[in-house]
Design a protein around this ligand. Structure first.
Ligand code: DGJ
Length: 767
């Protein structure tokens, strides 16, 4: 689309003049005619329910209405100017039929509540000041001491799928550029803000949010989010939204196990997998983040503000400097949580992941950690590699223990040179052997950390994050390197680059096993020390970006003591994530279900490990395989202990996985039975071309004589016929082919019995 730019003169006003403009009045004529309807729209829950099609352009400016419309294939998002030239969210939801509807949906500041005019005005990017009592998007202290911001429209520009709107304070040259990017096919919109100081003196930014997503004002919404802990990540929580604030956040320096920067809000709190309106969003940031979910008591305005966590945040902006905020994504589904997840999955695969331009399926990997822990050495790793290759493994990853004096977790972190006792001839013999077996080689690093017992720490004690002279907390016997320092960043980049340049390493597992403590940065002026939270993450991102640019075939796994660093920011840079250190298959069903609400199975690394697992539970090997085959399959067991029967089953399962992984990783997921409800978990994947569907089913524990429930499939063509290929004899229906209508309406019956029984059914569409 042709770039549209409003010439600045059209919007220029005297610095402290009241924001009125003659052209606005003319153009508002149409909207004014609909005034009565506007009030009505504003007071009822729900902006509009119509869905249909509009002009094909993804970004349009409706000059007569002062409205910008962002359109995806099935949704609309609209912002517009009110009579004070403030930018408001007008609409977010299913696609609107016409521009008239958008004008009807707009809100006016004079319909203020007694508490605060903004309660009702849906400010798109509210600066803190005046009678603004909700979560602000921006809070600053100006050099004059003024802490009040009034942001008004300054200019805008449209470039293809991107819209930029610039706001400016009514008096000071403090600008905010809001950038919107539309992803039409995926029904996702990205928001981002950049704050620019063009005043002659420094200003201090105290809160910088990426934006606010509003859902229609109303009561009775449900909030869904992901919580957890080490070894128990991505647990799904659903709860009613009540007046007040609910803060989801990380103050730990990374994304965190405890909360994940994703949310969903559903109408009435009753949406299910297939039904109901669901608004969802996610932040792309791997440091301290915050999502504030508000239901304002007076007006039931429901909003989610997201961006950098303002806890311990302070950012001095010198004249001419800018501060950009993390990307904040939003989407809408009118078909429940199932569609919301599928939209996220498709978006991540098409627009976020590093292989988005040339997608390829994840290889089956082997990882040494649970088999050997720190006891890695050349002969032992070679023996495991040989066994792994025979099973059909494609990528062999050596985990912790190969470097420095790393015999346990007390020493060695920071010393990224090969341990000469364990590998007397370096890594080359092992890598060559792995390659000769037809596998790629991957290696574990924990670049952001240092053990006090390491050469790196002895040479650079000041590189560890701390407040000088104060106590310093260790976790897992390690300290966090201050990656915000550019000298530390360069050193770490150099070490990794050297390892990658000298060895045929195709894959890095990038671990981070503790959170921040004592985030001191004594080397910079006190006013800048709180920048550590953001600069740390930016430097980690930069290292990864530079490594990838220099080693284009490199793939990276994000790990943080399991799933502590999973978000849309790191996912732009890594190919896969370690989901959890909890590899126990039954626990995994719940972890993986929560994960799938926000993240595609393609990046969900899942290993088959030994039993009894950490929680003492033992599930059959087939059950463990089928659980792990629902994501990016890996094996993390001690293969030396496997029987010939185990290896034979594993070989069959890996081969089966290879025949369905395109569907699992790149297809559409339908969650049929949740592990949170009842005694059966079932998930179905349908390939993007509709030619293959795969059903995974897991019985938790059978009550005597009670059969597993019939499973009706979804997402098939009811008029098509599907060849039925069960993994074993547990499918009750013995026909070789069944229609889509039968599969979706009558469903399949599975003869699952006892504890932890499981099966798989593959369906292939016949021409
Ligand atoms: C934590 C990871 O989550 C594990 O998979 C393993 O890599 C260990 N760190 C190694 O120390």
């Amino acid at each position: 689309m042709k770039a549209t730019k409003l010439e600045p003169a059209r919007r220029e006003r005297p610095r402290d003049a009241a924001p009125t403009s003659p052209p606005r009045k003319e153009r508002m004529g149409k909207a004014a005619m609909l005034g009565a309807l506007m009030v009505a729209m504003m007071l009822v829950p729900g902006w509009a329910c119509a869905e249909g099609t509009m002009d094909a352009a993804s970004v349009r400016y409706l000059d007569n209405l002062l409205v910008w419309v962002l359109s995806t294939d099935r949704t609309s998002y609209a912002v517009g100017l009110n009579e004070l030239d403030e930018l408001q969210t007008i609409y977010w939801g299913g696609k609107l039929e016409s521009d008239q509807d958008l004008s009807a949906a707009r809100l006016h500041p004079e319909h203020a509540s007694f508490d605060s005019r903004e309660t009702m005005s849906n400010l798109e990017y509210p600066g803190w000041g005046g009678r603004y009592y909700n979560e602000p998007a921006l809070k600053v202290t100006l050099a004059s001491g003024v802490r009040d911001l009034v942001l008004k429209y300054a200019s805008h520009e449209i470039r293809g799928d991107t819209l930029e709107i610039r706001l400016k304070d009514i008096q000071y040259d403090l600008f905010v550029k809001l950038t919107y990017k539309v992803f039409p096919k995926e029904d996702i919109i990205r928001k981002q803000a950049e704050i620019e100081n063009r005043t002659p003196q420094a200003v201090t930014v105290e809160s910088a949010q990426s934006g606010v997503w509003y859902v229609p004002a109303g009561e009775g919404y449900g909030l869904t989010y992901l919580t957890g802990r080490w070894a128990g990540e991505t647990q799904l929580v659903r709860e009613p939204l009540h007046p007040g604030e609910k803060v989801l956040e990380s103050r730990r320096g990374n994304t965190s196990h405890q909360l994940n920067p994703w949310f969903a809000i559903d109408e009435g709190g009753v949406a299910d997998e297939e039904h109901g309106r669901v608004w969802f969003g996610a932040l792309g940031w791997s440091g301290n983040w915050k999502l504030v979910v508000e239901d304002t008591p007076a007006a039931h305005q429901v909003r989610v503000t997201g961006g950098y966590n303002d806890f311990d945040f302070s950012w001095p902006l010198q004249p001419g400097e800018r501060l950009s905020t993390p990307p904040y994504y939003g989407g809408f589904s009118s078909h429940g949580f199932g569609e919301a997840s599928r939209l996220m999955h498709r978006f991540e695969r098409n627009e976020i992941l590093p292989d988005r331009a040339h997608p390829h399926v994840r290889p089956v990997l082997y990882n040494s950690w649970e088999a050997t822990t720190f006891n890695v050495e050349e002969p032992g790793q070679k023996a495991l590699a040989e066994k792994a290759a025979k099973l059909g493994v494609e990528l062999f990853v050596m985990d912790d223990g190969w470097f420095g004096k790393r015999n346990d977790d007390h020493a060695g972190l920071g010393d990224w040179y090969v341990n000469p006792q364990k590998f007397p001839h370096g890594l080359q013999p092992l890598i060559s052997y792995v390659n000769s077996l037809g596998m790629d080689f991957g290696l574990w690093f924990e670049p952001e950390m240092v053990n006090p017992d390491s050469d790196l720490y002895r040479h650079h004690p000041d590189w560890a994050m701390n407040f000088p002279g104060r106590p310093r907390s260790e976790a897992r016997n390690q300290l966090v390197l201050n990656m915000a320092r550019d000298d530390v960043k360069e050193y770490i980049f150099g070490v990794l680059d050297k390892m990658l340049s000298e060895n045929n390493i195709k894959y890095i597992k990038w671990d981070m096993n503790r959170h921040f403590g004592e985030p001191g940065w004594a080397e910079v002026p006190v006013a800048e020390q709180k920048e550590i939270w953001v600069k740390y993450v930016r430097n980690v991102y930069e290292i990864i970006d530079r490594l990838r640019a220099k080693h284009p075939n490199l793939e990276i796994e994000s790990c943080s003591g399991g799933g502590g660093r999973v978000d849309l920011g790191i996912l732009e840079r890594v190919n896969v994530v370690w989901t959890s250190d909890n590899t126990e298959a039954f626990d995994r069903l719940g972890i993986q279900e929560g994960f799938s609400y926000a993240y595609t199975p393609k990046i969900m690394s899942a290993w088959v490990t030994d039993v009894p697992n950490l929680n003492g539970r033992s599930t059959p090997l087939q059950f463990r395989f089928l659980v792990a085959m629902q994501g990016a399959l890996g094996v993390g067991a001690n293969l030396n202990k496997w029987t010939a029967e185990d290896s034979a089953l594993a070989t069959r399962m890996i081969s089966t996985y290879k025949s369905i992984r395109e569907t699992v990783q790149n297809g559409n997921l339908y969650r049929l039975f949740s592990p949170r409800q009842g005694g059966l978990t079932a998930n179905q994947y349908v390939s993007s071309d509709g030619k293959q569907a795969v059903l995974f089913a897991f019985l938790h524990s059978q009550q005597y004589l009670r059969p597993a429930p019939t499973i009706c499939l979804r997402g098939l063509d009811e008029n098509a016929t599907y060849r039925v290929k069960p993994l074993d004899d547990k499918l009750v229906e013995k026909q070789e082919a069944l229609s889509g209508a039968f599969l979706m309406r009558h469903g399949l019956n599975l003869d699952l019995t006892g504890d932890y029984d499981s099966t798989l059914v593959i369906l292939e569409r016949m021409e």
